[in-house]
Design a protein around this ligand. Structure first.
Ligand code: ZN
Length: 223
């Protein structure tokens, strides 16, 4: 079983899609270097339109601009989901070879009748227990370079708590090597360190590097 980051939403946390609270003055005092493009290869389920992908990336890039980074979506494939659960998608991604024009791989999960039934079920848990444990997205922690988000939400209670855009921003931080923390300092430092790897002589010059969940430097493209 792969270790993956789960985004769980608790009723009492309004900002449940955040990975930590921003510390603006601290961030402004840090240097993130030049603007760099990250090529994000996108696999999408049928039914997710290119305009939706554009608007997701616009939201993500607004956040990434804080660190002088820009995510560029590169369409890779349209395919049916490799399995019902998030863990099935992660397993698929971990085993899928990343083409050499990709720095990251992102799977956009749609919404089927099966999902809707599952949502109703988890909504029951939400009402009954007061905890919403539906998973909105995940990133594998071996290299922190591959992940998925639920890209479709239609007028369910979900929209009160989260959205595909905030999920992408959240998982986007994991794709830059960040974990969860109360305050963002650690994550700012992680992104700065990832960008410093661009000058590492061991880095594949055709790959935007990363640092994984355990702090191991990922300087060459994973399979
Ligand atoms: Zn998370």
């Amino acid at each position: 079983m792969f270790k993956i980051f789960y985004l769980t939403c608790f009723l009492f946390l309004a900002g449940c899609t955040t990975i930590g609270f921003h510390q603006t003055s601290l961030r402004n005092s840090m240097s993130f270097g030049e603007e760099v493009n990250i090529r994000v290869c996108v696999i999408r389920e049928p039914g997710i339109e290119p305009e939706e992908i554009q608007s997701l990336f616009t939201a993500w890039n607004e956040e990434l601009s804080l660190y002088h980074l820009k995510a560029e979506p590169i369409p890779l494939a349209i395919m049916e989901r490799p399995g019902f659960y998030g863990s099935d998608i992660i397993e698929y991604l971990v085993n899928k070879k990343m083409p050499e024009f990709c720095d990251r791989m992102l799977y956009l999960k749609g919404r089927t009748w099966g999902d809707i039934a599952y949502e109703v079920f988890t909504l029951g848990l939400f009402v009954g227990v007061g905890v919403k444990l539906e998973i909105q997205g995940a990133v594998e922690t071996r290299t922190n370079t591959k992940g998925y988000i639920k890209a479709k939400y239609i007028s369910t209670i979900q929209l009160l708590f989260t959205s595909p855009k905030s999920t992408l921003v959240h998982e986007g931080y994991h794709l830059l090597g960040c974990g969860h923390q109360l305050l963002m300092k650690e994550c700012y430092e992680r992104i700065r360190d990832v960008k410093l790897l661009l000058t590492d002589p061991k880095r594949d010059p055709n790959f935007f590097p990363n640092i994984n969940a355990e702090g191991i430097k990922i300087v060459t493209r994973p399979i």
